[in-house]
Design a protein around this ligand. Sequence first.
Ligand code: ATP
Ligand code: MG
Length: 274
Amino acid sequence: MIKLDNVSKVYGTGTEALSDITLEIEKGELVFLIGETGSGKTTLLKLLIRDMLPTKGSITVGEFDVVKLSSSKLPHLRKKIGIVFQDLRMLMDRTVYENIALPLEVAGKPLAEVKKRVDELLLQVGILSHKEKFPIQLSGGELQRAAIARALALSPEIFLADEPTGNLDEKTAHEIIQVLADINKNGTTVVVATHDLGIVKKFAKRLIALDKGKIAADSKRPTHAEKTEDKKEEKAASAHGSSEPKEEKDTKENEKTEDNKEHEKAEHKAKESK
Ligand SMILES: Nc1ncnc2c1ncn2[C@@H]1O[C@H](COP(=O)(O)OP(=O)(O)OP(=O)(O)O)[C@@H](O)[C@H]1O
Ligand SMILES: [Mg+2]
């Protein structure tokens, strides 16, 4: 679903924000992109939506070659991705309702549908009662929820959240990540950039640790070799009449094996860079 191949980004100032990043994120995954401030998390997310181009390397998002994408196809890529930026970018002179309705209106949805969808989204993120408030009248957590709802409006296949728990207390931060995990459960591929390791650890999902623009660790799902091994074991198990479903088995295997080691490494790296 998302593929980066030897991607580097050097800003005009000469800062190399990302260097030689190669990674793959599969459809339906929930991934935490962790790393200290300045490690390149936001840069990576911005490259995915083609907010800017990489200095080198290739990026694929779904069926799109992001680097070579023509400007006429850019809206198609953007429609696929919902993003909540680090600074949220809510329109301060519009209500929560108006902020969330905007992308739907721009997409030409009829008023009745817009109203229905906004209510649905507000309910999903748990702030229906704040519908008519202005952003300034919301708490940090509520504002984050409103920004999430807006980014979800057009039902994107991929959801990116940049530091969604920044400045939130632990309980609220946990609730926000839970909202993102629920979005993922509905089938959306979710990538969350954060330095809040304590929170993400509780969710036991894939961690990609960035350190000074490089991948320091990746607790990814099994490598091809491991998958092949799994398949062999699976075949052997089914030959013996085991009825254990594949999905569940994969997860259990991962918990026991390399995945755990990589997970620890990713966590360790993130702690180190603090
Ligand atoms: N527009 C820009 N121009 C020049 N340098 C930039 C620009 N944006 C980011 N950088 C630099 O690139 C590096 C990576 O920045 P980035 O914002 O991707 O990090 P981050 O991991 O998101 O950090 P944070 O946790 O603070 O949000 C940093 O050294 C930063 O100073
Ligand atoms: Mg950032």
